[in-house]
Design a protein around this ligand. Structure first.
Ligand code: ATR
Length: 272
């Protein structure tokens, strides 16, 4: 019997997930289909009921629903509980299980570039939902976190949360500083660059061994990544993070191993 999966969010029209998952099903001959649904905030509960009534086997959840969906579910995996956010739902024996693959997806995307995480320094640019998920994943790997957010108080709140998780964290001005010479991993999590605008400050002088990640997928190379390259840093955009949160969701739903290369090619093709 054909299985049905989807992604729900607002906005959703630019989601690359249907193309990625459907290419994976085609590659392995899985009898399944993955769709996208535009679900506005006030319609989340109805949408979840509808997906269940229609026999969906699972779905991904994107902005702005990752936290609001929690009370609508029957149980959470440890990953979703820790993150306080759900990006993947599976229907198992009629029950709705909430899971989170964003953190593990991020770790998988960067681990090949870093020689371990423990005791190393990560600087996060931004203090919103994306920064929170990545911070948790990095704290679990034993990294020290330095948060730079435009609104300083929000950065301080995230530092407190990281300490509550048992991690080490500090915050600073959203500006260049001493941190530039003492950073192993720099992650840009704000929406700056999404519309091709230049990043507001320079990272000239950054430690050239730093891996610089911008979680934006389109454009492929933000001005921050261009500058990082000029400084001799290795750079990574958000494509692999998107890929691995997707392959991990696939494996949570279907078991086995997702066809990573085919799914990566499907993402790249959509971004041409
Ligand atoms: P997300 O879940 O995608 O992280 P969010 O929770 O709304 O979205 O967070 C957006 C992040 O981008 C915040 O860190 C925000 O900074 P503020 O807390 O100061 O608002 C950051 N951001 C958005 N536009 C920005 C800009 N023009 N300059 C600097 N930071 C910006």
């Amino acid at each position: 019997m054909e299985k049905h999966y989807a992604v729900i969010g607002d906005p959703i029209e630019h989601s690359l997930s249907p193309g990625m998952h459907n290419a994976g099903y085609a590659a392995l001959g899985v009898n399944a289909e993955y769709q996208r649904f535009h679900v506005k905030p006030g319609q989340l509960a109805e949408a979840v009921e509808g997906l269940c009534a229609l026999g969906y086997s699972g779905w991904n959840v994107t902005l702005p629903h990752k936290e609001h969906i929690i009370p609508l579910l029957d149980s959470l995996t440890p990953e979703a509980k820790r993150a306080g956010a759900v990006n993947t739902v599976k229907i198992h024996e009629g029950k709705r299980i909430g899971h989170n693959t964003d953190g593990a997806g991020f770790i998988r995307s960067v681990e090949g570039y870093l020689n371990g995480f423990k005791g190393k320094n990560a600087v996060l640019l931004g203090g919103g939902g994306a920064a929170k998920g990545i911070a948790l994943a990095l704290v679990e790997q034993g990294m020290n976190i330095h948060i730079l957010n435009r609104t300083r108080e929000k950065g301080i709140e995230l530092v407190e949360l990281i300490k509550h998780w048992g991690g080490t964290a500090t915050s600073g001005e959203f500006a260049p500083g001493d941190w530039l010479t003492d950073v192993d991993l720099l992650v840009q999590t704000t929406s700056v660059g999404l519309h091709d605008e230049p990043f507001p400050f320079s990272i000239k002088g950054i430690f050239s061994q730093t891996l610089v990640v911008d979680i934006i997928v389109n454009p492929k190379e933000t001005s921050l990544l261009k500058e990082a390259k000029k400084q001799g840093c290795r750079v990574l955009n958000g494509l692999d993070m998107l890929l691995y949160q997707g392959t991990l969701a696939w494996e949570f739903w279907l078991g086995g191993q997702a066809p990573v290369e085919e799914m990566r090619q499907a993402l790249k093709k959509q971004l041409l």
